[in-house]
Design a protein around this ligand. Structure first.
Ligand SMILES: [Ca+2]
Ligand SMILES: [Ca+2]
Length: 311
């Protein structure tokens, strides 16, 4: 092939690939009816969607709302865009989950943070394909997972103030992890901005002080460093991109009142608040579908997921 032909060929492949990606998301039959409340969960903590936008999963911590409980009653539910529960106990097929929280999907594997380990399941076969024991780190509150690249995940450990990078190998021996940030006040929700190569962190605060802040981990000069972006705000949990200039995150505010949604402008540093169709106590790790302007918010304390526009 001449070089012009090669360029043309590469362009054709790229266009075809992007069409396939768009087609994947176009396959989302229609925007969910909103507001809508989906019932039947057990302390739901997190909602995640596959990259092709076709499948949605909800993590359930189980009966007790105890983040560190190793009580064997956690599970992952698959729901449809119409809010139907497709399979309440989709995962695990065998084995167990204790109190699963944040999830991340790489290709066909759904990874979930479960108290002191990270477990991965093939979402086609439902088989367990990954199991990383982090109990030696002395955390009982592994919380959120975020994709860095196809072999690497970020993981927050709320109770020990750390963020980890997990390198996924072919097997247990070639899988490794390391802490890349320390001393964060209760790192909870994670959002990785690929273009800017920045990992944003929503803090749940130290213990029950409600002093969590929004911050960012950057890789500079051969090492990672953490920096606050806001003052202490509250009990921050879910975190996502809202639009080109803004991040959106949930704040419990307190344990007995309704929470709020906060928006942070990355350019100006300005903070503002948003609301859903109804108030949510303990707003956790939501899914925000930017294309639809819709938030899928776990109502952990009520065992429901609310689908609502963000106002
Ligand atoms: Ca549990
Ligand atoms: Ca969380």
């Amino acid at each position: 092939m001449k070089s012009n032909d090669v360029v043309r060929f590469v362009k054709t492949v790229l266009v075809a690939a992007s069409v396939i990606m768009i087609a994947g998301c176009m396959a989302m039959k229609h925007k969910a009816v909103s507001p809508m409340t989906i019932q039947g969960f057990s302390s739901p903590e997190s909602v995640v969607m596959t990259e092709d936008c076709k499948r949605i999963f909800v993590s359930n911590m189980g009966d007790k709302l105890v983040h560190y409980a190793k009580d064997n009653d956690g599970f992952i539910t698959e729901i449809g865009h119409d809010g139907m529960i497709l399979n309440r106990n989709y995962l695990p097929k065998d084995g167990h989950l204790n109190s699963p929280k944040g999830m991340a999907i790489i290709k066909d594997t759904l990874y979930v943070a479960d108290v002191d380990r990270v477990v991965g399941f093939d979402i086609k076969t439902r088989e367990k394909v990954f199991d990383l024991d982090l109990s030696s780190e002395k955390s009982g509150f592994l919380n959120d997972l975020e994709v860095f690249n196809e072999q690497t995940l970020f993981l927050s450990a709320t109770d020990i103030g750390k963020v980890y990078m997990i390198t996924i190998g072919q097997d247990a021996d070639s899988t490794s992890y390391k802490a890349i940030a320390h001393g964060i006040k209760g790192p909870n929700g994670l959002y990785y901005d690929k273009k800017a190569d920045k990992l944003y962190v929503a803090g749940f605060g130290d213990g029950k002080q409600g002093n969590g802040e929004l911050g960012v981990v950057e890789y500079k000069g051969g090492e990672h460093s953490y920096q606050s972006l806001t003052k202490p705000l509250g009990y921050l949990d879910g975190l996502a991109r809202f639009d080109d200039d803004n991040l959106i995150f949930s704040d419990w505010v307190s344990f007995d009142k309704s929470g709020v949604l906060r928006v942070f402008n990355l350019k100006t540093g300005e903070l503002s608040t948003r609301s859903l169709s109804e108030e949510v106590r303990g707003p956790a790790d939501f899914l925000y579908v930017r294309k639809h302007g819709l938030m899928w918010m776990p109502k952990m304390l009520e065992g429901k997921v609310l689908v609502s526009e963000v106002k």
